[in-house]
Write a protein that binds this ligand. Sequence first.
Ligand SMILES: [Zn+2]
Length: 254
Amino acid sequence: MAKLSVQLVPCLKDNYAYLVTDAGQGVYAVVDPSEPEPVIKALGERKLTHILNTHHHFDHTGGNIALKEKYGAVVVGPEKDRERIPGIDVGVSEDAPWMFGKHTAHILEIPAHTKAHIAFYFPEDGVVFTGDTLFAMGCGRLFEGTPQMMWNSLSKLMALPDETRVYCGHEYTFNNGRFALTLEPTNNALLTRMADVEAKRARNEATMPTNMALEKLTNPFLRPNSPDIRRSTGLLEASDVDVFAEMRRRKDMF
Ligand SMILES: [Zn+2]
């Protein structure tokens, strides 16, 4: 079986939708279509079979109805948020994997940005779509959850294999890295990565995908036990979740 191919589709100002395909099996999905037009353009002659949503926000579902009408694609989203996912056909949860052709997607329930946010994790393909929960060097805002919920959600993602390629919902990487440097100004992996990100953005290139190994080295929200972060926040003896909460609070004002 061929591995899934993933194509970035920039949408709106800084959103990414992703075309996920296995032509051999005739399956063509889009993850989190903010709007229909860029997706239709990226598809060309190919016919969309599935629409996958990580959460209900309009900049992740805004293309659902138009794409469903045009292609008859099946809309797949979090079962626990059925009423807020436009055009949903199939509700998924951690209870059972979802099959994309012969590719298995494990559904990870990772609430806090929204109460029913999910990730689609394809273990055989080594790919995860994390929506607005895990960003490159960042994490989503806590609109519908607590720091403890988000820390649990991020911990679930941290358990994935290091080489897992991570596709996030937004191009926030440069700004996230600037914030990360306020907490760990001498983290060498972070400094090296920021030089790379800066060069990429100067060429208007995307910084996706990232991978779990790199995130664990450079994403402050996955590193609340870093001695430098503890010194920067003044929380030397606090729990990981309290350090996480303080970082999230600072990032909201950054
Ligand atoms: Zn969102």
